[in-house]
Every structure is written in structure tokens, then in C-alpha cells.
Design a protein around this ligand. Structure first.
Ligand code: PCA
Length: 198
């Protein structure tokens, strides 16, 4: 049995839902020989990476896939890179908006995701869901989580990656792009299958 830890975030920025947690919590508990362990992270700098790293240390999963909301994107995006920068346009859920700070002082400028980004993207597309590779995870809490995971696990056996989801239809009241929850879940399932085939 392989073990995958998958995380989603709580709502932030005035939203009442976060599609990442809605989709993660709708996943099954197992897929074939993969046990799926779910964890909700707070959208708070420092706390989110600490929470996922604590769970990873206890669980020792084969792979960690974090999922977050990227409102305004048209489809599912699989992140290729994380950068060593915290720079918030809005406050996190603890009221903090760090500006131009490194995540790890003196750490590498960037890490590439160690999950099979292109295979995950192709698998989601083959399942009929709009999906693309993204070359920026932003500079908010999602990028911090991916950078922190890759800082810990690059060069080791644990794979780490990140998927951003667009708004759910009920969030896209101003005409922004959105995807139904069932499509988001299908994209995550296809991505998980691609990771487990590594
Ligand atoms: N999206 C934010 C943080 C939490 C979330 O779901 C981001 O893209 O950084």
C-alpha cells in the first residue's frame, strides 16, 4: 500500500468556501493500492507549512500533494516551481501580510516540484478537465507550503507537489471562470493516479 498525504486550505480573503478543501474532502479514502490521507491547512504563513511537515513526519508518506485556490484561473493548474519569497497582496487568516521576505533565509531561490507535473497535467486533460502546467504558485501561503515541502524533501524519496484549483461556480459571482466540484475531484484523482504510477 502506498501512502499519499493530500492537503487543502480553509477559506481566506473573505470567501466562505475554499475549493481545495471541498475537493480534497470529496476524495475517496483509497484508490487501488493508494491510501489517501487528508489534512486541512490554515491559510496562515508559518502555520500551514508547520502543520503539513508535522503530519508528514508522523505519516512518512510516499508523496505529498497540496491543493489550493487560485481564483481567476480558468482551469486546474499543476505547479512546476516554488520560489523563496513571501509577499502578500492580502492578509492571511492571522492578519499578516509579509512583504519581500525569504521563506528560508539563505535558501535556494527556487525548487522544482518533484511530482510528475506533465504526466499529472496530461492525465487530468485526458479525463476531460481543463488543466495546464503553471510556472508560478504565487508568493502567498500556497507557494510557502510548496517551497517548504521541497526544501525538506528534494533529493529524498518523498515526492512533493501542488495543484491550484479555480473558483467553484458559487464563488464566481462576478463572471470569473469556475469549474464544478466534480471536475475538480476528477482532476485530483487523475493526478494522484499519475503520481502513484511513478
Ligand atoms: N490559496 C492561496 C493560499 C490558500 C489557498 O487556497 C494561495 O494561492 O497562496
Amino acid at each position: 500500500m502506498k501512502h499519499l498525504l493530500i492537503t487543502g486550505f480553509d477559506p481566506f480573503g473573505g470567501e466562505s468556501v475554499n475549493p481545495s478543501w471541498e475537493a480534497v474532502s470529496a476524495l475517496p479514502e483509497t484508490m487501488g493500492d493508494i491510501a489517501i490521507h487528508k489534512l486541512q491547512l490554515p491559510t496562515v504563513f508559518g502555520k500551514a507549512p508547520a502543520a503539513v511537515l508535522e503530519r508528514v513526519d508522523a505519516l512518512q508518506p510516499d508523496a505529498v500533494l497540496s491543493v489550493g485556490q487560485a481564483g481567476g484561473r480558468t482551469g486546474v493548474t499543476v505547479e512546476y516551481v516554488a520560489i523563496n519569497l513571501r509577499h502578500a497582496r492580502i492578509a492571511d487568516n492571522a492578519g499578516k501580510a509579509p512583504q519581500d521576505q525569504p521563506i528560508v533565509p539563505g535558501g535556494p531561490a527556487a525548487y522544482f516540484a518533484t511530482v510528475p507535473v506533465r504526466k499529472m497535467t496530461a492525465a487530468a486533460e485526458a479525463a476531460g478537465i481543463p488543466c495546464a502546467v503553471s510556472y508560478t504558485a504565487g508568493t502567498f501561503v500556497c507557494n510557502e507550503v510548496l517551497y517548504s515541502l521541497l526544501h525538506r524533501f528534494t533529493g529524498g524519496p518523498t515526492l512533493a507537489g501542488f495543484i491550484h484549483l479555480p473558483y467553484l461556480p458559487e464563488q464566481a459571482t462576478g463572471g470569473q471562470p469556475s469549474l464544478p466540484l466534480c471536475d475538480m475531484v476528477k482532476a485530483l484523482e487523475a493526478s494522484i493516479a499519475a503520481i502513484s504510477a511513478e
